[in-house]
Design a protein around this ligand. Structure first.
Ligand code: ZN
Length: 344
């Protein structure tokens, strides 16, 4: 990846800051240009960099001096073909990032004075695509990782023993040593706190499902702590340092062995319950897991996440309903790998 010569524009640190930075469409446009093309305009068609032709009557259009191709600032991004003024996008992104727990579409509709619920819903849906950095890094490496299976949503009552409507989610949490930068949870362990997390909705906890997840999301050679379940049986063979808890049946001991992953799981459940009143459809779950991951991994840099959201949003492709339902990130063909400061 080429080193960037221009730093990213600053993110607003509070409401007043936001108001000063983004008084009108022009200010939003200028900001978006900086996050989409930190090193200046690059023609998406011919790849030639250079100051584009501009036309005052069509402020969103950038024309390549080399091939004359006209590119809309928002084309091929999460704002693709949006008729909503950029100010609304920016407000929505700000509210979305600034809130600890997230925003419902109804609340967004009220706050922005939108006429239609659908507009608010669509804005949120597209912003959520900006919460997942395509080709995100694997976690672990120098940090050990706690790993477990969670059951999220649905009810188990009255289904009989061993039956569940809940969805299985694989949860990996990096163990960071020391005190967290900011005490977000009094339960945070004395000597370790949760670093980055990765979550995936899975159909089962078979070893092959588990194997795929750890290979996708955890650096080879990482020390992985789990309980004694057989589904984690291949981790050593896959090149990880597997540290299973030997005592299977003592919940207190397991709790002491993988406390961070259990903390994350209980916070995830509380978040789903609190923000969405548990009303998340199974097929949408991965989208919410992505949003949760985004919020969790950036909990110490919440305000910077406003910029991240817009930046990822300019790198992902238009968000289709199909991609949304599948919890997939639409990746633009000419996707440029995002810098590490955008990662989580
Ligand atoms: Zn061109």
């Amino acid at each position: 990846m080429q080193a960037r010569s221009n730093p990213l524009p600053p993110a607003p640190t509070n409401l007043l800051d936001f108001q000063t930075m983004f008084p009108d469409e022009q200010a939003c446009r200028d900001y978006l240009v900086q996050v989409r093309w930190p090193d200046g305009f690059v023609c998406p068609k011919c790849g030639v960099a250079g100051e584009p032709y501009r036309n005052a009557s069509r402020p969103l259009v950038y024309e390549c001096r080399s091939c004359r191709r006209q590119t809309r600032l928002t084309a091929g991004t999460m704002m693709h073909r949006s008729k909503i003024p950029l100010r609304y996008w920016f407000w929505a992104a700000y509210l979305f990032s600034a809130q600890t727990s997230g925003f419902s579409a109804l609340e967004l509709k009220k706050q922005l004075g939108l006429k239609r619920y659908e507009t608010a819903y669509m804005l949120l849906r597209k912003l959520r695509a900006g919460t997942t950095r395509p080709h995100a890094d694997k976690i672990g490496g120098e940090y050990a990782v706690e790993f477990d299976v969670a059951f999220v949503g649905g009810r188990t009552k009255g289904l009989g023993h061993g039956k569940t409507k809940k969805t299985m989610v694989l949860v990996a949490v990096e163990m960071r040593e020391g005190k967290p930068p900011e005490d977000i949870n009094e339960k945070a362990k004395q000597s370790f706190y949760a670093g980055r997390i990765r979550l995936r909705k899975v159909p089962n906890r078979k070893a092959e499902t588990v194997d795929k997840f750890v290979q996708d999301w955890i650096e080879p050679g990482t020390a992985i702590l789990t309980d004694g379940d057989a589904s984690f049986g291949n981790l050593s063979a896959l090149g990880f340092v597997h540290l299973p808890m030997v005592t299977k049946k003592d919940p207190a001991k397991i709790e002491g062995w993988v406390p961070l992953v259990h903390l994350v799981i209980s916070n995830l459940k509380a978040w789903i319950h609190g923000t969405f009143h548990g009303a998340i459809r199974k097929k949408h779950l991965q989208t919410y897991l992505n949003e949760y991951t985004y919020r969790f991994n950036r909990r110490f840099s919440r305000m910077a996440s406003f910029r991240t959201l817009l930046q990822i949003g300019t790198q992902v492709g238009p968000v289709t309903y199909a991609a949304h339902y599948a919890g997939r990130v639409p990746v633009r063909e000419n996707f440029t790998r995002l810098p590490a400061d955008v990662d989580s």
